[in-house]
Design a protein around this ligand. Structure first.
Ligand SMILES: [Zn+2]
Length: 451
């Protein structure tokens, strides 16, 4: 009914026969037509993650999501499995690849789960693979028992320029040669923004997926059919609210991009402008630091413009001097038109009593639950923490890491801050201010000191 109510929706159900010849549930996939059509207007970054399901038969929920032009989490696809392993991740990515083809312009962000690595290499060989920096920092904390090292790893990962990265990486090597070897073995380009060969924009973590998992918490202990209903209700609500909001918006940039531009401009106040050519401008900051903006190429030597596809303060000043509108310089996927297009589709609830033309074979299908059993006791309300993650219930005073990643919502230099879920599923990230990334010491950042 869900599929018939939502034309273009992709679903799949895989069963296996048990020793008695009975068909039992194995895999389930769901991607709403409105969802994957809308996803094509987003930055080409897919965040994938898995979370445990409660209920009688346990299992795992895998999700793929992205971020819209207003920095809100955008769900793309869901799958239910018995567990996370090579086969389940490969099947999930195979289904995903049918709706979003493999391409060198695509980036996949995930934790460093070996099964994801295997599946990604097989199904999305052309796409770039980026590590979630929060998971990486947790691993460093757990393996090397040092929050200071994790702090340096985050700082190095977020650098825009190779010079800034090298300086901090040398500090890591001096503090812990073993940790430096571990990071080198992972592959520097896998976690360093400055070295990353593709585009990951502001998306340095898998926070979008974690926010989505959190929004689904109310349905994760339910039987699968109820979980699907929960997902559809949420999607209907989110699409409707965001469609209204995007259509009502009249600005040249989305509200969140506008905040970033305002902050970027503020950070460059007092700088001087030297014209180099009709499209190249040198900006000299208050403290004498120099940056060159190439407007034609949408680049700046601070590399914020190049990496985020949102103009840094230097580029905004250059645009001002040439009379160019700011809106002409932001990437297409950040524009209000992209925001509206993203939510053009509608997620319909299945209507009871509608005369749907069900396929005849459907009535012959009988699927039994998998042969798994829930452990005794009440189902857990919260998910099982990842390596190095501190469960919220064990925090007696606010953990600096959680405080840093979950509650800060003010504009800040150098690091994206991810804020709490709203009823419309916000997963907002705040960008670094221009001129403060590569050339200033991120270790001085007050938010980083909370780590
Ligand atoms: Zn710049």
């Amino acid at each position: 009914m869900l599929k018939l109510a939502n034309p273009g929706t992709v679903t799949d159900l895989v069963t296996e026969k048990d020793k008695f010849g009975v068909d039992r549930f194995l895999y389930l996939f769901l991607s709403f037509g409105a969802s994957f059509r809308g996803f094509r207007r987003l930055r080409h970054v897919i965040v994938i993650d898995g979370t445990h399901l409660g209920g009688k038969f346990m299992g795992t929920l895998l999700t793929a999501s992205g971020q819209d032009a207003n920095f809100q989490v955008f769900p793309l696809a869901y799958a239910v499995f018995d567990s996370e392993n090579n086969d389940s991740w490969t099947w999930f990515l195979e289904k995903l690849e049918k709706i979003l083809a493999d391409s060198s312009s695509r980036t996949i962000i995930s934790d460093r789960c070996p099964s994801i690595k295997v599946a990604k290499a097989k199904i999305y060989p052309k796409a770039h693979h980026a590590a979630c920096i929060v998971h990486l920092a947790r691993n460093v904390t757990a393996c090397y028992k040092s929050k200071g090292l994790a702090k340096m790893v985050i700082s190095a990962a977020f650098q825009y320029r190779i010079g800034g990265f090298r300086k901090i990486y040398n500090d890591i090597r001096a503090a812990s040669p073993d940790c430096a070897r571990y990071l080198h073995k992972i592959g520097i380009a896998h976690w360093s923004r400055a070295h990353f060969p593709g585009d990951r924009y502001n998306l340095m973590t898998s926070n979008a997926a974690e926010q989505l998992n959190k929004a689904l918490r109310g349905g994760r202990n339910s039987p699968i059919l109820e979980l699907l209903k929960f997902i559809q209700d949420m999607m209907t609500r989110w699409f409707n609210a965001r469609r209204k909001k995007s259509l009502k918006h009249t600005g040249m940039c989305t509200p969140e991009v506008d905040k970033v531009l305002t902050a970027n401009m503020e950070a460059c106040k007092g700088s001087k402008i030297n014209m180099v050519s009709s499209w190249a401008v040198q900006i000299v900051g208050r403290f004498g630091e120099k940056h060159q903006v190439l407007l034609r190429d949408r680049k700046c030597t601070c590399r914020v413009f190049d990496k985020l596809k949102i103009p840094c303060g230097h580029a905004l000043m250059a645009a001002d001097s040439l009379g160019l509108p700011y809106s002409s310089m932001q990437g297409d996927t950040f524009k209000p038109t992209a925001w509206v297009d993203t939510y053009e589709g509608i997620v319909f609830p299945p209507e009871e009593g509608v005369d749907y033309d069900f396929p005849a074979d459907l009535f012959k299908v009988s699927v039994m639950p998998p042969n798994t059993h829930r452990p005794s006791g009440r189902p857990k309300e919260t998910r099982i923490p990842s390596t190095g993650e501190v469960p919220v219930s064990q925090i007696t005073s606010l953990s600096p890491l959680l405080l840093y990643f979950r509650t800060c919502s003010i504009l800040t230099h150098c690091f994206p801050i991810e804020v709490a879920q709203t009823k419309e599923g916000s997963s907002k990230q705040v960008f670094p201010l221009p001129g403060c990334g590569p050339q200033q010491d991120q270790l001085q950042n007050p938010h980083l000191s909370l780590l």
